[in-house]
Design a protein around this ligand. Structure first.
Ligand code: UD1
Length: 372
């Protein structure tokens, strides 16, 4: 059996890493395609070295662009790769433009090539169609043969949309496989000490959603709120290139002065910081899950989340929307308060370090020709 895995953007790399290893353990051939959606060393290469991911077999080098440009470029570059590689499975992860682009190409060649499409992280829904990722998730799930659930609550979303139950398989959260494998090394890395902050007494923030950073008034309100948080605790803000460009364009640099600003961090350094922080404030999807696994209080800087299980678990809360500096500060204080009662272990089923193994088994059991 041959499995082609697609990775394109930062949050994909920690998802393919454990799957590649699980396939190798089972002597299943893998082909890794990097679309090049993310290309800076700190957005891509750092993850390959931290997570010991093999060099991609194909690099499509698509780079940045509008949604249409980026999606179309991935599709054009991926089609000949798929025709050449002729895998039994194409496996896409998450919800970025590379995910939907390769899923679409695969779905059109599925019959001709006799290959199938699997989606890791199927069934997450924010209900917000203004979010590009929501479109990517719904389209990818609709055309996938195998829908691999990160958590049990995602099943209901798929069934509601009419997905055939026999296509849905519980996998668990593959990103938590990576987190649990990397945590000892991350804690030993001592990144808080290197950055002159005291473990347990600082906040980590990430910010990159267009809904937070693309409009000047919104970005100003968020940065003002974070500046007020920085009066209470040191705030470390590793800046995504999109956010850096927008802060410069809108002339908001002075609002960054109270925070500890870095460029994007590699996987292990980020995990080291997050695991030892008092609170995380973020608009990332992955960090909502990582903080839940670690028991770190999280404030999600969004109007809704496609990961409501993190709220049910109790580590995550959404900040009131639209974001204002005073409500953001209140959300932070509430999170600090929640953190005082200590960290409880994550009890979500399948967030246990074995999701990649379950995915490899599902691919074998559902392979073309395999008995159902
Ligand atoms: C993408 C994903 C988002 C994910 C995020 C993680 C989509 C629709 N969005 O958003 O779901 O949460 O990645 O980071 O797929 N840039 C660089 N260097 C890079 C990559 C990007 O400078 O290596 C800059 C470019 O100016 C680019 C901008 O960042 O235009 C945005 O990059 P893009 O990949 O389009 O979207 P993200 O905001 O990163």
């Amino acid at each position: 059996m041959k499995v082609l895995l697609v990775a394109g953007a930062r949050p994909n790399f920690m998802k393919v890493a454990p799957i590649l290893k699980a396939l190798e353990r089972r002597d299943i051939e893998s082909v890794l395609v990097h679309t090049g959606q993310h290309y800076d060393a700190q957005m891509s290469d750092a993850f390959f070295s931290d997570l010991s991911i093999k060099n991609p077999d194909y690099h499509l080098g698509v780079g940045s662009g509008s949604h249409a440009e980026q999606t179309a470029r991935v599709m054009l570059a991926f089609e000949p790769v798929l025709l050449e590689a002729r895998p039994d499975w194409v496996l896409v992860v998450g919800d970025v433009n590379s995910t939907v682009a390769c899923a679409l190409v695969t779905s059109k060649l599925r019959t001709a090539l006799g290959c199938r499409l699997a989606h890791v992280e199927a069934g997450l829904r924010s209900g917000d169609w203004a979010m590009p990722e929501e479109v990517n998730r719904v389209v990818t799930d609709r055309i996938s043969d195998l829908l691999l659930l990160p958590s049990e609550d995602a099943r209901e979303n798929l069934l509601r949309e009419g997905a055939p139950p026999e296509r849905i398989v519980f996998a668990g959260n593959v990103m938590i496989d990576t987190l649990l494998a990397q945590l000892p090394a991350a804690l030993a890395a001592g990144v808080p000490q290197r950055m002159n902050v005291v473990p347990g007494s600082y906040a980590v923030c990430t910010l990159h959603r267009p809904s937070n950073v693309d409009a000047p008034d919104t970005l100003r309100a968020v940065l003002e709120g974070l500046s007020r948080v920085a009066e209470r605790l040191p705030v470390i803000l590793p800046m995504h290139p999109r956010t850096r460009h927008k802060a410069d364009e809108f002339g908001l640099g002075s609002l960054l002065e109270r925070m500890i600003i870095t460029g994007p961090l590699g996987y292990r350094d980020m995990l080291s910081l997050v695991a030892q922080s008092a609170v995380v404030l973020t608009d990332s999807g992955g960090l909502q899950e990582e903080t839940t696994s670690l028991g770190v209080p999280c404030v999600t800087l969004r109007a809704q989340t496609e990961r409501p299980i993190t709220v049910v678990q109790g580590t995550n809360r959404l900040t009131p929307w639209p974001i204002r500096s005073d409500t953001l500060l209140a959300s932070f204080e509430d999170a600090v308060e929640r953190g005082r009662s200590g960290r409880s272990p994550c009890t979500i089923r399948g967030w246990d370090g074995s999701a990649a193994e379950r995915i490899a088994i599902a691919l074998e059991e559902f392979a073309p020709g395999a008995p159902r």
